[in-house]
Design a protein around this ligand. Structure first.
Ligand SMILES: [Zn+2]
Length: 221
């Protein structure tokens, strides 16, 4: 049995979701996203979930301690025996240290999907959503001036509020600020693999799989 413990790090627009789905299927491991954990905890009305609900409805952030408890609980499930893809955790050094403890100090692999900011801005500003069927699509318009229609239902496509350039730059800046110390932390342990996220999705998947097969060791289970 081989264990594949992955921390997936990538900015918005890097194709992280697509790659997470494929890697999980390939290695038969669960995709553990903190957004999903929070939603599931709230829905299940566990004691932790009730705490989360109170924080979120007060408009507050979920702190390190609570987030760590939620992830610890999730990693205790049987389906993580062969590994996992963590997405959105750790976000802080305190969380990274807690994760090391949860896995008994065994090696992780931090996959960092790298895409230059100009390319991310281009990708994110070209996203459109259908006003009727809500399908997400990529604009082919060079100048963003002409009206574009949904290929599924024919309704008008618009840019989401989240995808304007000011919001996008703030999100990318936030990503840099949060992840830089984490990448340093994993770099010191030599657990970082940088993946070129500008390549076509299939090639990115192959490159990630190659790195996993080279770097994750059977003895580390
Ligand atoms: Zn539509």
């Amino acid at each position: 049995m081989k264990c594949t413990r992955l921390v997936l790090i990538g900015p918005p627009g890097s194709g992280k979701g697509t790659q997470a789905t494929r890697i999980c299927a390939r290695y038969d491991i669960p995709w553990i996203s903190t957004g999903d954990i929070l939603r599931a905890a709230v829905k299940a009305h566990t004691p932790l979930g009730i705490q989360v609900q109170m924080l979120l409805s007060a408009g507050e952030l979920v702190g390190d301690d609570l987030m760590i408890d939620l992830v610890r609980e999730r990693l205790a499930h049987e389906d993580t025996a062969r590994g996992f893809v963590l997405d959105g955790f750790p976000r802080t050094l305190v969380q990274a240290e807690a994760l090391d403890q949860m896995v008994g100090g065994k090696p992780l692999l931090a996959l960092v999907l790298e895409v230059p900011e100009a390319e991310l801005e281009r990708r994110l500003t070209s996203r459109r959503i259908c006003t009727r069927c809500k399908t997400l699509t990529t604009s082919n318009s060079l100048y963003g001036s002409e009206e574009e229609l949904c290929s599924k239902c024919g309704a008008v496509l618009i840019t989401r509020d989240d995808d304007n350039i000011v919001t996008i730059r703030a999100r990318l800046e936030n990503y840099r600020r949060l992840t830089a110390p984490l990448i340093d932390y994993y770099q010191q342990r030599n657990w970082v693999a940088r993946i070129d996220g500008t390549r076509p999705p299939d090639e990115v998947t192959r490159n990630i799989a190659r790195v996993i097969d080279e770097r994750m060791d059977l003895r580390d289970c």
